[in-house]
Design a protein around this ligand. Structure first.
Ligand code: SAM
Length: 339
């Protein structure tokens, strides 16, 4: 097999793979896994339905042979998956992969686990944190999880060498836009990189409305009331965050403007759900079942041919064509395919 990248119908290479390792989470963020839907009666995936570590590793190797260089582990809350470090170690052994990262809410990131993840081969982490205000953050995570523990998790990750740590803040109008400046003040000069994410219409359970989005423009204007910022060149083709630098040397910040400045044209990401469905868009309605192929005994060549065909036929550009008609689609939940 070769390492040549494959292209979709819009000439976008397959470069990144996001792997959701569980659909369960320690939080019930109101904009992602609202309690009314993901409550006591919600039926999560069974152990049998989840891809095993061997299955995930085998598929990832197939993706690496098709040109994937970067893997991001996500969920649900990825650190909830039992023996998660073992999976990282298995993935780190795959030839051709250059970067293994994780997105986490930090609730389980003790110093020991941070060190174990680093030793297993994890390179970097992104920690989600929507506010420094205790009342606001706890009402957003909806399980009363304290801010201080997430801040400690960020330090634990950085101390273990999982750096630079990126901090992702989803900004929702009327909920936490007043916390943009306090978050920026806190993370300037910290060595960590704070990124603001426009609230997105992923899934179909969060009651998304365009009016609830705080746009990248508004976020930048808010930041500009206190500091001068200048744009920084992207690190690589397809980087999701627009990068900015504080001109006074306070470090870097980012904005992920997936609603108001869609970046579908440079989207090189495939997403694998915890039960082995391949999605070619964060706003996908339907996945492609790779688990059945795996469990029915497909060879690596057959798996590669299936993935190649799916990517080769890819036409997705949801954010560019978002409209009143698309918003109501029954899209896959973010807790199923991760961020
Ligand atoms: N549990 C992990 C975490 O909290 O980082 C990983 C999974 S979580 C689905 C990944 C990211 O998606 C988090 O930063 C979360 O805030 C973000 N997210 C979830 N729903 C979102 C939405 N509707 N709009 C924007 N970001 C969202």
């Amino acid at each position: 097999m070769t390492n040549a990248p494959i292209l979709d119908t819009l000439q976008r290479p397959l470069h990144d793979l996001r792997i959701s390792v569980t659909d369960r989470c320690t939080f019930r963020c109101t904009y992602c896994m609202p309690k009314e839907v993901f409550g006591r009666d919600y039926v999560f995936l069974s152990r049998q339905e989840l891809l095993s570590f061997e299955e995930i590793t085998r598929l990832t190797r197939v993706f690496a042979n098709l040109g994937v260089k970067k893997v991001r582990l996500t969920g649900g809350e990825p650190m909830l998956r039992r023996d998660f470090e073992k999976l990282v170690e298995m993935l780190a052994g795959i030839e051709g992969l250059e970067d293994i990262a994780m997105t986490t809410n930090g609730s389980l990131m003790t110093p020991e686990r941070a060190r174990a993840l680093k030793a297993a081969g994890l390179n970097r982490v992104t920690v989600s944190l929507d506010s420094l205000d205790e009342t606001v953050f706890q009402s957003m995570n909806d399980v009363g999880f304290p801010v201080a523990k997430v801040l400690q998790a960020i330090e634990n990750a950085a101390d273990a060498g999982l750096a630079p740590v990126k901090i992702d803040m989803v900004v929702k109008k009327g909920v936490n836009e007043d916390h943009i400046l306090p978050m920026a003040r806190h993370f300037r000069n910290s060595g960590h990189i704070l990124r603001f994410i426009e609230y997105m219409d992923v899934g179909s359970t969060n009651g998304w409305r365009m009016e609830d989005v705080v746009s990248a423009k508004e976020i930048l204007e808010t930041l500009s009331t206190e500091w001068a910022l200048e744009p920084v060149e992207p690190n690589y083709f397809g980087e999701v965050a627009e990068r900015y630098r504080y001109t006074d040397g306070g470090g870097e910040a980012g904005i992920i403007a997936s609603v108001t400045r869609a970046f579908c044209g440079a989207c090189t990401r495939a997403r694998l759900s915890a039960d082995g469905e391949l999605y070619t868009c964060l706003f996908g309605v339907k996945g492609h079942d790779l688990r059945t192929l795996l469990r029915d005994g497909a060879t690596d060549e057959e798996l590669a041919a299936a993935v190649g065909a799916i990517w080769g036929n890819r036409t997705d550009r949801y954010s560019e064509i978002r409209s009143e008609d698309t918003i109501g689609l029954r899209k896959v939940e973010m807790s199923k395919i991760g961020g």
